[in-house]
Design a protein around this ligand. Structure first.
Ligand SMILES: NC(=O)C1=CN([C@@H]2O[C@H](COP(=O)(O)OP(=O)(O)OC[C@H]3O[C@@H](n4cnc5c(N)ncnc54)[C@H](O)[C@@H]3O)[C@@H](O)[C@H]2O)C=CC1
Ligand SMILES: Nc1nc(O)c(N)c(N[C@@H]2O[C@H](COP(=O)(O)O)[C@@H](O)[C@H]2O)n1
Length: 357
């Protein structure tokens, strides 16, 4: 792994810590300077200083509060290792999961250069300064959401996709309000002709997220509803040009649509994500379908999953499923997920996962 890739991995680890901390998982650190360094990196949440209170006491308090998991981020020196051993023992004895993976990743990817948590911020910012292309590595936070049947279908063989309950659709539209962009594949546009705006809960029309369509062969019909003026739209297509394609791009641009060209046969999803990030689209809701979902999972571009599982079975080997495409060849190749939340909504169940990168 070269230096650039190692730094990218460290930034990804920081992003994972950020997500988990925002979820309410306490972060165990040694002192105030560690908290400052993490805050400078945009990590907010509950920091617990293990140098101030006996570890068994902290574990007892968190146990009483019903905390199920903590993130271990003590230093990498002798003292930090001693704290880590004690935390692992005291917390695990009380049935509290200790997430040690992120600390290990920081150590691994910094190849031992990082000695403590308080210097993480300086470590990263120094390297970002000497890497002018660092911007090329930044990617948006992507939440994948679908409404699926118990057998994982997104629609029937004849494309009836009425899966979500009324309250689930409201949940999705609340989620749409939180993001900068909504991403779908052209298959979904051709089959559903969606609006991709916030229209099932009260909202300010001007604040609709940007609609992003991944369309390798530029098949989008000029009458598609995503091209209306309800929100801004970005179409991502491949680079190779033809007279016909160039003409269509010109028409789209004249309608106010932004066209991003990346990739040869298929849209290069990683490049696209980086370009969207640079354009200020930092949080994306991926709303399928199955082909694009696979492409996004394959490139490791999804951070979170939220699915509504409806008490329905559609069957049909040609009916779209949550993740289609070529599929992963082995279990090792497939994404690693961690269940973060689940609850009943109407007659279905919501499952929320974090993708472990
Ligand atoms: N129940 C639900 O929550 C949802 C259901 N759906 C259903 O899913 C179906 C549509 O799914 P699909 O046909 O699979 O189409 P899709 O929406 O996944 O679009 C696939 C297209 O994405 C484009 N693409 C470009 N670059 C790509 C890349 N690198 N990787 C992957 N795709 C790339 C290709 O042009 C490809 O044809 C419809 O039946 C729709 O109703 C779609 C979204 C949500
Ligand atoms: N969450 C969810 N549940 C379902 O049952 C669905 N069929 C979908 N479909 C997605 O939502 C789009 C429709 O959006 P508009 O209401 O037109 O804004 C559709 O194209 C799918 O992406 N989603």
């Amino acid at each position: 792994m070269d230096k650039k890739e190692s730094l990218r991995k460290i930034v990804e680890t920081i992003d994972n810590i950020k997500e988990l901390a925002e979820y309410g998982i306490p972060v165990l650190i040694e002192g105030k300077k560690d908290a400052e360094s993490l805050k400078n990196l945009g990590i907010s949440g509950r920091f617990i200083f293990v140098s101030r209170t006996p570890i068994f006491q902290i574990a007892d308090t968190l146990k009483k509060e019903g905390i199920l998991e903590v993130i271990l981020l003590t230093d990498f020196d002798k003292a930090g290792k001693k704290y880590a051993r004690e935390i692992l023992s005291e917390f695990q004895n009380r049935g509290i999961k200790v997430n040690n993976i992120l600390r290990n990743e920081l150590l691994k990817y910094s190849r031992g250069d990082l000695k403590d948590i308080e210097s993480i911020y300086a470590y990263i910012s120094r390297r970002v300064d000497i890497m002018p292309n660092f911007d090329d590595m930044l990617l948006p936070h992507v939440i994948s959401n679908v409404g699926m049947t118990l057998d994982g279908k997104l629609a029937t063989v004849s494309n009836d996709s009425r899966i979500s309950s009324e309250n689930d659709l409201k949940r999705v539209h609340e989620l749409r309000k939180e993001v900068d962009g909504i991403l779908v594949g052209i298959g979904t546009i051709l089959k559903d002709d969606p609006r991709l705006t916030v229209h099932k809960v009260p909202a300010v029309p001007k604040e609709n997220p940007i609609r992003i369509v991944v369309d390798s062969s530029l098949r989008i019909p000029m009458t598609a509803r995503v091209l209306n003026s309800d929100a801004k739209t970005i179409i991502a297509t491949t680079k190779p040009s033809s007279n016909e394609k160039d003409e269509k791009i010109r028409k789209l641009i004249s309608m106010g649509v932004t066209v991003i060209q990346t990739g040869a046969k298929k849209v290069n999803l990683k490049d696209l994500m980086n370009e969207l990030y640079k354009q200020g689209i930092k949080k994306i809701l991926l709303e399928g379908g199955g082909t694009l979902n696979f492409g996004m999972f394959k490139e490791n571009l999804i951070s979170e999953i939220r699915v509504y599982v409806a008490p329905k079975i559609f069957g049909g080997s040609n009916a779209p499923t949550y993740v289609d495409g070529e599929g992963f060849k082995t279990v090792e190749d497939s994404p690693k997920l961690e269940l973060k939340n689940h609850y009943i909504l109407d007659d279905g169940i919501i499952l929320e996962y974090i993708v472990i990168k």
